[in-house]
Design a protein around this ligand. Structure first.
Ligand SMILES: [Zn+2]
Length: 112
């Protein structure tokens, strides 16, 4: 929903994918949030499956001229990649917060 993973009220995003520095409601610092390329990876995986599968099915069933492929698939690619990008990034950050996922750190007697 694009909301803070702790309070569920403050907005998580400042732009389309840019994050707020902290939650405007509960003050949670969003600097821990680093979803890296996980959202893009999952979306490419599923979008590629859907679009390539559809293109293959249409080609095998109807064998249309190539311009039909050129018209059909770019909009489907945009829809299946841009629409889920923000929700999936929000989900990754929420999961990162819930599971306390972060880079490893040395603490106490483990410190070198
Ligand atoms: Zn919050």
């Amino acid at each position: 929903m694009g909301r803070c993973p702790r309070c569920g009220k403050g907005r998580l995003f400042r732009g389309f994918l840019a994050l707020q520095p902290r939650c405007e409601h509960c003050g949670l610092d969003f600097s821990f949030a680093d979803s890296a390329d996980a959202p893009a990876f999952f979306i490419m995986f599923f979008s590629g499956f859907i679009v390539a599968g559809s293109a293959l099915a249409v080609e095998i069933l109807y064998a249309p001229p190539y311009w039909v492929h050129a018209i059909l698939w770019p909009p489907l690619i945009l829809i299946t990649t841009l629409l889920p990008l923000r929700p999936v990034k929000g989900l990754m950050i929420a999961l990162q917060y819930q599971n306390k996922a972060a880079e490893g750190r040395f603490t106490g007697s483990d410190a070198p």
